[in-house]
Write a protein that binds this ligand. Structure first.
Ligand code: ATP
Length: 309
């Protein structure tokens, strides 16, 4: 089978990135079931690749490649398929179909919005494949219908997300940040983490705090200042479901990270280093602790979904 791993004339390929949340403030659950969020996203250099080519109208298939490919559904539940179908329904019902191939590197159910990144990739790739007259803003509006993180995964960089995390404003961020990611052996379900958050915060009501400290540190390009103010309201819920994460976070701090945080709903943990050399040192030492499935060194911010030409 031809795959998008090598450039081929009939494939449109898009590179998409993982994200971490430098701040994730969570408000009380709304009657609709959603939690209002105030979050600062940053895209980091862990990339999946989404390739699409023409298929019969109404035919949508997906194949996944990579370490954790077996953990991703390859039927209509795949979020990239759902995104492509939605785009087809909106812009050319009964005219379009797509064969989709996804190469996974972003951890599955790891709190890095890999599925949302794949949906963003499918939207961008299909809009080019089908030659649609659609603006980036329109693509983001459609993406929000597929998942709250999809608009950010289209945009990338560094952004403040409010509402469900889908109302975005770019955040000024100076410089490049060096991160070490500890990837977990296990998946963690985002709904389960929010459920535990509700159990741990039964009378939670107050105002949602805006992550101004994080935004100030980013404007200054100050990694040491940023490390001190990283915040994730979901961390107690994630660590209560996966107590081993506390050990991972403690190990990273003891090994000299400027800051340590659970990414999104976890279980991936992110450690901030002062520079590339420190990140190399931290990643080697964290690997040798044997507390996680794998350690990856990444930088941010990087772009969101982008065509590979
Ligand atoms: P969230 O965006 O909910 O925080 P996450 O980043 O923790 O999610 P994802 O990798 O997006 O996790 O996967 C969440 C679930 O979505 C997985 O358990 C998987 O079964 C399902 N899924 C559907 N499509 C995809 C896809 N293309 N890639 C990864 N997971 C997918």
């Amino acid at each position: 089978m031809a795959t998008p791993l090598t450039p081929q004339a009939d494939w449109i390929r898009v590179r998409v990135s993982g994200k971490i949340n430098l701040a994730l403030r969570v408000g009380a659950v709304r009657p609709s079931g959603y939690h209002p969020l105030a979050t600062v996203f940053q895209s980091v250099s862990l990339f999946d690749e989404v390739g699409v080519r023409w298929a019969e109208p109404g035919s949508f298939s997906v194949t996944t490649i990579g370490d954790q490919a077996g953990q991703v559904p390859t039927d209509g539940r795949n979020i990239a398929v759902r995104a492509a179908k939605l785009l087809a329904d909106e812009y050319g019902p009964h005219r379009f179909g797509a064969e989709i191939v996804i190469r996974k590197t972003i951890p599955v159910a790891g709190g890095m919005a890999g599925g949302s990144a794949n949906a963003a990739g499918a939207l961008l790739a299909c809009s080019v494949l089908w030659d649609l007259d659609i603006s980036p803003d329109e693509l983001r509006v459609l993406g929000a219908q597929v998942g709250a993180d999809v608009p950010f995964q289209l945009m990338g960089g560094t952004a403040l997300g409010t509402g469900r995390g889908d109302e975005l404003v770019p955040v000024l961020s100076r410089g490049t940040y060096h991160w070490v990611l500890a990837l977990s052996e296990h998946e963690l379900s985002t709904p389960a983490v929010f459920g535990r958050f509700d159990e741990l915060n039964p009378r939670h009501a107050g105002e949602l705090a805006m992550p101004t400290e994080v935004m100030n540190a980013l404007v200054g390009g100050d990694a040491a200042a940023l490390g001190k103010v990283l915040v994730n309201d979901l961390a107690p819920a994630a660590t209560s479901l996966r107590p081993g994460l506390r050990q991972v976070l403690d190990a990273g701090r003891e090994l000299g990270a400027l800051g340590a945080i659970v990414s999104g709903a976890g279980p991936t943990c992110a450690f901030l280093a002062a520079n590339e050399a420190d990140a190399v040192d931290l990643s080697v030492r964290l690997s040798s602790e044997g507390l996680c499935r794998a350690v990856r060194r990444v930088t941010g911010p990087v772009p969101g979904a982008r065509l590979i030409t």
